[in-house]
Ligand binder design. Structure first.
Ligand code: 3PG
Length: 217
């Protein structure tokens, strides 16, 4: 998990994709890499998820590939077999969390309340997806959670985009942000990878600004 945390912190932003056409999986990953992000969360919202994870992992073994929207143990198993480095769930499902931990699959489960955070802490987890971030209070909520849960870091996702990601990334308890704004549905489904590359470059520029401010540049 430590390697994943380091890679996520370095990237700052993890693009979330719902890939319909499996043949677009590798070109999508290539566009993200050209844009400057060597990570992707492939969601189990489409039937192409497992094969997309497999193809991306084979094409780019150094890329951090997560399986997202994992709702059950079968999906978790299939994702890891296909090459996923870690599992992301939208909500806190203790059965899936227990299953992943037993099998040593790194997992970042979704939470949106203090009670869910404490359940996750009970499993020894300290990096949690905060979802759906904007709808449940966004930055205000994340800041409020910092005081009682000072050891927990979040990966907020849901409603994050180029206009608010800068502010999210400045929160001390945010490790990285997830989002689909670099991968507009139409651009992906129609194979406009140049658009995805440009949006990714802009996202990376924003994270570089945050880094610059942190380092006093
Ligand atoms: C996810 O599955 O993590 C989110 O649905 C992504 O949220 P977004 O589409 O609002 O970025």
């Amino acid at each position: 998990m430590e390697t994943i945390i380091t890679k996520l912190a370095n990237a700052g932003i993890i693009p979330v994709a719902a890939i319909k056409n499996v043949d677009y999986a590798v070109p999508l990953a290539a566009a993200l890499r050209r844009g400057g992000l060597n990570c992707i969360e492939v969601t189990y919202r489409t039937e192409a998820a497992e094969e997309s994870i497999r193809r991306i992992s084979v094409a780019f073994p150094d890329m951090l590939v997560a399986a997202g929207t994992v709702l059950n143990n079968i999906q978790a198993n299939s994702a890891v077999l296909a090459g996923a480095s870690f599992i992301v769930t939208p909500g806190f499902n203790s059965a899936v969390v227990a299953h992943c931990l037993e099998r040593k699959y790194p997992i970042i489960p979704g939470v949106c309340t203090p009670s869910e955070i404490e359940q996750a802490m009970g499993f020894g987890l300290k990096l949690l997806k905060f979802f759906p971030s904007e709808a449940i209070g966004g930055i205000k909520m994340i800041n409020a959670l910092a005081a009682p849960y000072s050891n927990v870091r979040f990966m907020p996702t849901g409603g994050i985009n180029s206009t608010n990601v800068f502010d999210y990334l400045q929160c001390k308890n945010v490790l990285a942000c997830g989002g689909s704004w670099m991968i507009p549905t139409e651009a992906l489904n129609e194979g406009h990878f140049d658009i995805i590359e440009e949006l990714t470059k802009k996202a990376v520029e924003i994270y570089n600004k945050v880094r610059g401010e942190r380092n006093g540049v």
